[in-house]
Design a protein around this ligand. Structure first.
Ligand SMILES: Cc1ncc(COP(=O)(O)O)c(C=O)c1O
Length: 400
């Protein structure tokens, strides 16, 4: 197997250069830890961008994967795969929706939601008979890298190289209901938001905003879509982030941690649009892969009430420690988050801090230049939090 210097050279030579990779060649990972090729151990407080929420190689996930792959890996969605069908049922039992479409990724789950809204908008025209196709999303959002989900993403920097963008996405501001209202027209089919903007720097929707959004969508008969690809799956201490708010969407999308590291996405639709798609409207060769679904069944089974309560407990402990760091270092201006989806707002770039943490054996991330993004696996305990805070303190101390 190639390793060391040659792995970096090989990547640089043979790969389309879309990823600026950190200096870490991963050899092995287990639970909240990663080991590099030299045997150095790292505490992973990023979970592969909130993907391995149960930690790496969780025993029940591995067991289910092995069992399924020994039976079959793929059969096509023209047949029934028991693990896939069971997953659909278990997802609905988590407290939202009537039906599910399974995809491979977050972007694909959002594509499904966008297509559902477009078709629903045709079938449910405005009062003056106009079919509806516009989707209002938010500035600073992130919804994926396919052309439609990129167009839905409210950040110009992602659009610029690929103009012209697919049309009919409009951008309002987070926590500003008037900005949403000003964009609503007789062409509006849906509003689509992240309950917590992840890539956008851990920006949290306020309770009143979500409540007002739901009321607006009800009044105007518009679909409300929550993209919970990053903030869902137990990350906030509830299975869905919206369960912290008591506001229900019409469609929710999941991916990332759904299968704890295997590719899987889901668009879950409630009663308003449960029958919008009919045969042939949408599909995917690999979507709902039986092995990914078997992994996801283990994830759903593990994320029970005591597990989620523990996330809340650990998060409380973590925030207290981070607030203490904020009081100690003036370049930290805010600690924000829900559950174990945490942003440390700095008044300066955070790139070097992330690199120094990595050198000291702690994996975190920086987004939007000045926000340290921390999303540990949900299985961590106080000992892990103490270890992470110790490294953060050391690195912060070295800052000028
Ligand atoms: C909120 C949100 N939506 C969608 C996506 C896209 O998911 P994927 O990369 O699996 O296509 C991401 C990825 O980071 C995300 O954070």
């Amino acid at each position: 197997m190639i390793n060391g210097k040659s792995i970096k050279e090989t990547e640089a030579k043979y790969f389309v250069q879309t990823y600026k990779r950190a200096d870490l060649i991963v050899q092995k990972a287990k639970g909240q830890f990663i080991w590099d090729e030299k045997g150095k151990k790292y505490l992973d407080f990023f979970s592969g961008i909130s993907v391995c929420n149960l930690g790496h190689c969780h025993p029940s996930v591995v067991k289910n994967i092995k069992k399924q792959i020994d039976s079959f890996a793929h059969i096509s969605n023209i047949f029934y795969a028991p693990s896939q069908i069971e997953l659909g049922k278990q997802l609905i039992k988590k407290g939202f929706g009537k039906r599910v479409f399974l995809a491979n990724s977050g972007a694909e789950a959002n594509e499904c939601a966008i297509k559902t809204a477009r078709k629903w908008g045709r079938e449910n025209p405005s009062q003056n008979g106009k079919s509806r196709y516009e989707i209002i999303t938010l500035n600073n959002s992130f919804h994926g890298r396919t052309l439609a989900t990129l167009a839905a993403t409210g950040q110009d920097k992602y659009h610029a190289p690929f103009e012209p963008m697919p049309e009919k996405f409009l951008f309002a501001n987070l926590n500003d209901i008037e900005s949403v209202k000003s964009l609503v027209s007789d062409r509006t089919a849906a509003v689509m938001i992240e309950v917590i903007q992840g890539e956008g720097g851990i920006q949290i929707a306020k309770k009143e905003f979500l409540r007002d959004l739901r009321a607006l969508c009800d009044e105007k008969n518009i679909l409300l879509i929550f993209d919970e690809i990053q903030c869902g799956m137990g990350r906030t201490g509830k299975f869905y982030a919206f369960q912290n708010y008591g506001v229900m969407p019409d469609i929710v999308t999941l991916a990332k941690s759904l299968a704890n590291g295997l590719p899987l996405g889901a668009a879950i639709v409630d009663k308003k649009c449960e029958n919008t798609f009919s045969f042939g409207d949408h599909g995917s060769t690999f979507g709902g892969n039986p092995v990914s679904c078997a992994a996801a069944l283990a994830v759903l089974n593990t994320m029970n009430a005591p597990f989620l309560n523990n996330v809340v407990k650990n998060a409380k402990y973590f925030y207290a420690k981070l607030e203490a760091l904020k009081n100690k270092y003036s370049f930290i201006t805010e600690i924000r988050g829900i559950g174990l989806m945490i942003g440390i707002q700095l008044n300066k770039p955070g790139k070097d801090i992330v690199a120094s943490c990595l050198k000291k054996g702690l994996i975190i991330n920086c987004t939007h230049e000045t926000v340290l993004r921390i999303m540990p696996p949900l299985i961590i305990g106080k000992k892990d939090i103490d270890a992470a805070v110790k490294i953060l303190d050391e690195v912060f101390k070295e800052q000028k």
